[in-house]
Design a protein around this ligand. Structure first.
Ligand SMILES: CC(C)(COP(=O)(O)OP(=O)(O)OC[C@H]1O[C@@H](n2cnc3c(N)ncnc32)[C@H](O)[C@@H]1OP(=O)(O)O)[C@@H](O)C(=O)NCCC(=O)NCCS
Length: 184
């Protein structure tokens, strides 16, 4: 990682999650537990603790230093609360130059184009400074909000994977999409 990315959009500040964010990260998880539950792996009680949030932050920096992945948090304009997060994970270099994208926006901030604004900036960084060529994002067919968001961002459908991820305790099919950095 050459520099620590800080991205600003009209309505947010976006940066890698840092040690001073530990309380904000825990609050974001607690406040949105029911909102995220249908779309995430099952979380046990330990997930909703300061220790787990601190561990996430430590792992974020280890992964970023190793160029394995990048977990960003999105803060409100006053930088008082985390309102979203997204991760470029499983970075693969060589001939692939690809990663997987995952994201979540606080329930109260949905329906305002905020995640689109944030991911446009995040993808600019991924295809720019991070020099990735392909960002893949996959969603459950019933996750209509996620489908609309990816389509607006220019992700293209590439396939359909049966029993792809264990979400909320069940293996779930996913629609596979990707966005390519067209340099031509
Ligand atoms: C998926 C998720 C991020 C989508 O959030 P979102 O707010 O719908 O996404 P956007 O930021 O793109 O906002 C788009 C909505 O804002 C509306 N909007 C309002 N003002 C807007 C503006 N200025 N610009 C763009 N859109 C605007 C759009 O009409 C759209 O609403 P619609 O889909 O009902 O038509 C959110 O629902 C979420 O976090 N869900 C739970 C976790 C999850 O599913 N993660 C992904 C797993 S694959």
């Amino acid at each position: 990682m050459s520099t620590v990315p800080i991205l600003r959009t009209a309505r947010t500040c976006i940066r890698l999650v840092q040690t001073t964010d530990v309380g904000k990260l825990l609050q974001f998880r607690i406040d949105n537990a029911a909102h995220f539950a249908p779309w995430e792996p099952h979380r046990d009680e330990g997930y909703y603790t300061l220790e787990h949030a601190a561990q996430t932050i430590e792992h974020t920096w280890e992964a970023a230093q190793a160029d394995r992945g990048y977990t960003f948090v999105v803060l409100d304009p006053d930088e008082e609360a985390i309102i979203a997060s997204f991760t470029f994970s499983g970075v693969m270099r060589g001939a692939f130059q690809a990663c997987l994208l995952g994201y979540g926006l606080a329930a109260d901030w949905q329906g305002a184009g905020l995640m689109q604004e944030v991911l446009q900036a995040g993808l600019g960084w991924a295809f720019g400074e991070c020099r990735l060529h392909r960002v893949m994002a996959n969603y459950m067919p019933r996750n209509e909000r996620s489908a609309r968001l990816l389509e607006r961002l220019g992700f293209e459908r590439e396939g359909y994977a049966r029993d792809y991820l264990k979400i909320a305790g069940c293996w779930e099919d996913h629609v596979l999409t990707a966005k390519i950095h067209d340099t031509a």
